[in-house]
Design a protein around this ligand. Structure first.
Ligand code: SF4
Length: 372
């Protein structure tokens, strides 16, 4: 059986100016003029052209250049990549094309050039506007750098997303709330809010093990997330996913594709490709199959992913999943989630509650358990 066309494309740029203390992403700190970046970009361009020849780019609706730090590689290399994309697919204004950038490497000139080459959404890794917090995180920018980057982005882009982080040891509740307020005041149209997690083998992990850093406190993080919700909703943003807030019309279509079971193509080191048809879903990373799901597991995963989104899942989708899963357990599990306060049922849809999002592991785990 043929596979469904890819609707989303992710391009990974695995380079940063320095490594942040908490980061476990696939990236390395290299000088901006390092030849390794040129070689990598060249191979990405070849991969893009190859994917185009193989007919994989014909139905794309979103493109995302992520990292790492795409802005770190400089405009010359970004031009090659964006030009190769424009020659290989229909990079029209209807296609959402996002680039991640960090404040220390985003310039006004770069903003003008990437916009002219088809990027129409910028996602800025700000994390905080508080210099003391940024130093703890080991970020390469300060608060003023972040403010400058947002202003630079807005010389061309209306669609500017700001990432913020809470639960950082040494970050007060007021410092975090002030960063959320500042992102709103500076005119961000989309804000992502993430609690810090201590990933294995990172400098933060080692500091926690040595007793030099306190582990993030779950209750503090939950309060911070709740505080962010109040500020952002009060300012006219709506929370459309557990960590994502947008002004109406500025929701990330690319990220939504990940949460709605849409096939995506990943190009570059560590980028994941998800290929599927009605019977099978496979995820492949660096040539290795990392996930191979049958129809029942796909149905359970789709229910789980839907509950990351505020709109949740419709009765009809649950009924369809029930047919695939082969018994009535899907409905029973949703009833159980309601009894546990993790979900609610209204207007023909099952939606996550605030508590459901805070206890995400339990909510998502119960749905995945429908087809282990
Ligand atoms: S800038 Fe982002 S990708 Fe790069 S090291 Fe820091 S957290 Fe990781």
């Amino acid at each position: 059986m043929a596979y469904d066309p890819y609707k989303a494309l992710y391009l990974h740029i695995p380079f940063c100016v320095k490594r942040c203390g908490y980061c476990d992403f696939a990236t390395q700190a290299v000088e901006r003029d390092a030849p390794v970046i040129d070689e990598y970009v060249e191979s990405l361009v070849m991969d893009i052209r190859r994917a185009s020849k193989e007919g994989k780019l014909g139905a794309l609706e979103t493109v995302y250049l992520g990292g790492g730090t795409p802005s770190h590689i400089g405009m010359g290399r970004l031009s090659s990549l964006l030009y190769a994309l424009a020659m290989s697919m229909h990079l029209e204004p209807e296609v959402e094309c996002t680039m991640e950038a960090n404040p220390e490497s985003l310039t006004e000139a770069m903003v003008r050039d990437i916009w002219a080459l088809g990027v129409n959404r910028l996602s800025l890794g700000v994390q905080s506007f508080d210099d003391a917090v940024l130093r703890i995180l080991g970020r390469a920018h300060d608060g003023d750098g972040a403010r400058r980057a947002i202003a630079a982005a807005q010389t061309r882009f209306q669609n500017v997303s700001v990432d913020l982080m809470c639960g950082i040891p040494g970050q007060s509740a007021e410092s975090f709330a002030e960063s959320v307020r500042e992102a709103v005041a500076l005119g961000a149209t989309h804000v992502s809010v993430y609690p810090l997690t201590i990933e294995p083998h990172t400098p933060f992990d080692r500091a926690v093990m040595r007793g030099e850093m306190a582990e993030p406190d779950e209750d503090t993080e939950a309060e911070a997330m709740e505080g962010a919700r109040r500020i952002l909703e009060g300012a006219g943003f709506h929370r459309y996913e557990v960590a994502s807030y947008a002004r109406p019309g500025f929701e990330s279509r690319h990220n939504t594709a990940y949460w709605t079971g849409v096939p995506y193509l990943g190009i570059g080191r560590s980028a994941v490709t998800m290929t599927q048809n009605a019977e099978r879903r496979m995820r492949v990373q660096d040539g290795r199959v990392v996930d191979d799901l049958g129809a029942r597991q796909m149905a359970a995963e789709d229910l789980m992913l839907s509950m990351r989104m505020a709109r949740g899942v419709s009765d009809e989708r649950v009924a369809r999943a029930t047919v695939v899963l082969g018994d009535e357990t899907a409905c029973a599990v949703f009833d159980e989630l309601v009894a546990l306060g993790l979900a609610e049922h209204r207007d023909g849809r099952w939606r996550p509650t605030e508590r459901g999002w805070l206890c995400g592991n339990e909510l998502y785990g119960r749905l995945l358990d429908l087809a282990p």
